[in-house]
Design a protein around this ligand. Structure first.
Ligand code: BGC
Length: 427
């Protein structure tokens, strides 16, 4: 491992409202959990009770030296009924953001992170072009209300994951299985992102703010053929990469639409991101028409391959398409015993630093253990341990490593000796 300065890269943490807040909110994932789809029977209704404990969580971030935080707004709280906005809910987020700022923590706000109101779902959700306007109405409301409390936004989180998991048999709500449907949802979301990109800029300009930055969080993986000598597997790999990833990068970042995406709002080619927001976790090995597996590769507790160089490979790919500052908006791993998370972080940061790309931010996923979608409370990604029964928070060893890394502003030999040298990945 190389010992080096972080060279201006800020380290922070990420979260999403439904995964941490808890509460009886009428959004699609509470409904999905009520129908019994979560593996361990848990529900976002409990999660981390962050809605009540947000101050404690922000204080803890501050104590760890964190100065950047990615969080999301729960649309179903802010607009509980069609075109009826709840002032108290927006006030809640304003108070939280104001407090974070007072603590020296700069927010990056995501407007849609997998959850939305049930009434929106009933009206066809992101399957319907006509609903783009409904999303934009919500976006404009939030951006106006938050004013100078937030100047950086992520419009949509992982449209490809949202579409494939929800509309191509992945088990997310609404639980559909249609390749055309998934393509349609990614297309509607492309229009949502690009229109929201423009709208956030114009809205904030009208309010007199000129420091706006907007992007969408792209989930990228390294795709490789299990057997690189097989022409069939190589073709399948190319198709999968294009379908899931490259088509999205081109449409959302620069307005170039190709199969399976359609340009529903007739946007022109242009530049629709002020930063490149990358969520990176793992690889996809393609074994023909089935998913393959890299033999003897390091894996996390959900059996995802750990491949640190991939984070720089994906960032490079985005940068080639549109050279903008890079924010790693998510990177982390499911390590229930916190046995190798520190190594995982150090190796991914090393890959980024070695790439010499302009990586300005790294938001670790996640700050606290939280409700991990279909895996519920059973998959732990946090720097901070949560006891779901008592809601007690305890900084993990990896959290202590992260805190010291921020303090040192460098990966040092002392940190390596203290936190990493004995850590190995499962295979
Ligand atoms: C999502 C997060 C999720 C994480 C780990 C990302 O795809 O944006 O909400 O918890 O991966 O699975």
């Amino acid at each position: 491992m190389k010992f080096q300065q972080l060279r201006g890269m800020k380290l922070g943490a990420a979260s999403a409202s439904a995964q941490i807040e808890g509460g009886d909110v009428a959004h699609n994932w509470n409904e999905w959990a009520d129908k019994g789809h979560i593996k361990d029977g848990s529900s976002p209704r409990r999660a981390n009770d962050h809605f009540a404990r947000w101050r404690e969580d922000i204080d803890l971030m501050h104590d760890m030296g964190i100065t950047i935080y990615r969080l999301s707004i729960e649309w179903a709280r802010v607009e509980p009924d069609d075109n009826a906005f709840d002032e108290e809910a927006i006030e809640y987020y304003k108070t939280l953001l104001r407090y974070a700022r007072e603590k020296g923590i700069e927010p990056l706000v995501t407007l849609h992170h997998f959850t939305h109101p049930i009434w929106f779902e009933r009206r066809g959700g992101f399957m319907k072009k006509a609903n783009i306007a409904i999303f934009l109405r919500y976006v404009q409301h939030v951006v106006r209300e938050l004013g100078d409390l937030c100047h950086e936004y992520v419009t949509i989180n992982e449209p490809n994951v949202f579409a494939t998991m929800g509309y191509l048999g992945g088990g997310f709500p609404p639980g559909l299985s249609s390749i055309l449907g998934a393509g349609r949802v990614m297309s509607v979301l492309a229009a949502c992102h690009i229109q929201a990109y423009k709208l956030i800029h114009t809205t904030r300009e009208q309010l007199g703010f000129r420091d706006t930055r907007v992007g969408f969080a792209h989930h990228m993986r390294v795709f490789r053929a299990q057997n690189p000598k097989s022409p069939f597997q190589r073709i399948c790999t190319r198709v999968a990469r294009h379908w899931f990833q490259n088509s999205v990068s081109s449409a959302y970042l620069i307005g170039h639409f190709g199969i399976p995406l359609r340009n529903y709002s007739g946007v022109r080619p242009g530049e629709y991101s002020d930063f490149l927001a990358l969520n990176y976790y793992t690889t996809t090995v393609v074994g023909g028409l089935r998913e393959g597996r890299e033999p003897n590769s390091p894996r996390n507790d959900l059996d995802w391959e750990i491949y640190p160089e991939g984070i720089a490979e994906c960032a490079k790919e985005l940068y080639r398409l549109l050279p903008r500052p890079i924010y790693i908006t998510e990177n982390g791993t499911c390590d229930n015993e916190d046995a190798y998370r520190a190594r995982y972080i150090a190796e991914h940061l090393e890959a980024l630093l070695d790439s010499n790309l302009p990586v300005e931010r790294y938001y670790h996923w996640c700050f606290t253990d939280n409700f991990e979608w279909l895996d519920g409370e059973s998959a732990r990604f946090g720097l901070v341990h949560v006891d779901y029964e008592t809601q007690a928070r305890t900084i993990k060893r990896s959290g202590a490593f992260y805190r010291d890394l921020i303090q040192e502003d460098a990966m040092t030999e002392a940190l390596y000796q203290r936190y990493i040298k004995d850590q190995t990945y499962p295979t």
